[in-house]
Write a protein that binds this ligand. Sequence first.
Ligand code: FES
Length: 568
Amino acid sequence: MRSSHWYAGNSRDAYIHRAWMRRGTPNSSFDGRPQIAIINTASDLAPCNSHLDEIAQSVKNGIWEAGGVPLNLPMISLGETLVRPTAMLWRNMVAMATEELIRANPIDGTVLLGGCDKTIPALLMGAASVNLPSIVVPGGPMLTGTFKGRVLGCGTDVWRMSEDVRAGKMNEKEFIESESAMIRSKGHCNTMGTASTMGIMAEALGMTLPGVAGTPAPDSRLLQAAHESGRRIVDMVKVDLKVSQVITRASFENAILALAAVGGSTNAVVHLLAIAGRLGVSLKLEDFDRIGSRIPLLVNLQPSGKFLMEDFHRAGGLSAVFKQIESLINASAITVTGKSITETIGSGEIYDSSVISTFKAPLKKEAGIAILRGNLAPDGAVIKPAAASPSLLRHTGAAIVFDSIEDFHSRIDSPELDVTPDSVLVLRGCGPKGYPGMPEVANMKIPRKLISLGVTDMVRICDGRMSGTAYGTVILHVSPESAAGGPLSKIKTGDIIELDVPSRSINVKLSDAELSSRPASQLAKDACAQPERGWQRMYIDHVNQADKGADLDFLIGSSGPDVSRESH
Ligand code: FES
């Protein structure tokens, strides 16, 4: 046991380590039993995770029962809706804290408790860099909310209703009244947003017990699964089943298949790339297109479809989806059970075909994520065609350029804005370095003067991200970003943009010579953040571009579990 380096023997240091940890724990706690950290992102300021202490208790019970010693390790948490300037700025900080606190302490294995968008990716990144046995228990989605008899999808319906208010289809009083009906219970957003997607990604990577992802937060079966996960991690430590044995190139391929089939969030691209970077697994942007873009959409969930996570779980969950694409799954991947991923699918029955459809009769023939390249995005850009308007997937239009999200807000509804339905809205200064932290602002709202004409979608291009609960013909994660000197920094209003998703291209109609000789816009440079100190300064100096997962350059790879020095 790694922890025996702290606790074993009769030295003064072992005495100190044991004595301070006693506090009522039995002598047997130090007889070589696995010491399991429950890395817990519960926080009152991360409301989607505020119930994780209850889950931690069930995990603890399972760990004791299996002969381990549970240790609560509170971790920095991120509430997506509250944290300024954007939660993504802090994902790498959580990942770094997770890595360093596991390394610094007498821990043999970890149980990772996350929920809200960035928490599961950050925990996985940190745990991957230490590479001890680890298991994820996703906090689960909230129950379906209803307002005046109508189902409310958390996140997606906020976007939809606020657009309805702007279009005069809904009055403001009704909009505000719906607020108290949107969040019906504990848990994270119940659409196929980023939190739901990353819970499913954790299961698809093999990092949860089978069938756990998507279990609603208030469902008693989640506590049961938490208990069983506590039991399982003790056995994983005994057989030394490490993260790097579970998360492999094969499991990433399976996660990309799942991402496509469930219609998951584009944010999974950045997070999976970052996790792969920690493990030294070769994963490229094009893998998402090559493996996932021909996969049919099987799950009818908002924002691409109709239902919510409670329905997904009721209809059979990821096992049912995996059963439909079983022939495509890389069976060499194993899960935390130690068994092949295909063995854990079980019967994979679909219990409601209106929520999960079959491979033969899918919701859409092709889903997944398309990767675009061209002179506007030499290192790639991302679009989710299933959430876009088919008529806009091939489109040519004149750019209207905004230098920052503040610039966008100040001008988008101006009657003077020279915009038509064919215009292409371009928003720069929202990449990892520029904002900083790559916020979810790419799904820019439609100009008021077009909304009143009934326009509901336009081509939009941004170096930032889009909420997993959002939708539209939005080109995201443009790399390199404007603040890193990418072509987006040189674009002017009136330049002609050509989008061709079937051909995977995004270009501005400028010759190579013209584009390279054009200076970057001074306004764009001025709009970028220039913090002088602290995390933001370090982040800007070291963050990689989106096509590499937006991790910090010095956090790529693994530091492993060994720390030999100590100060006593
Ligand atoms: Fe936490 Fe949506 S705000 S998951």
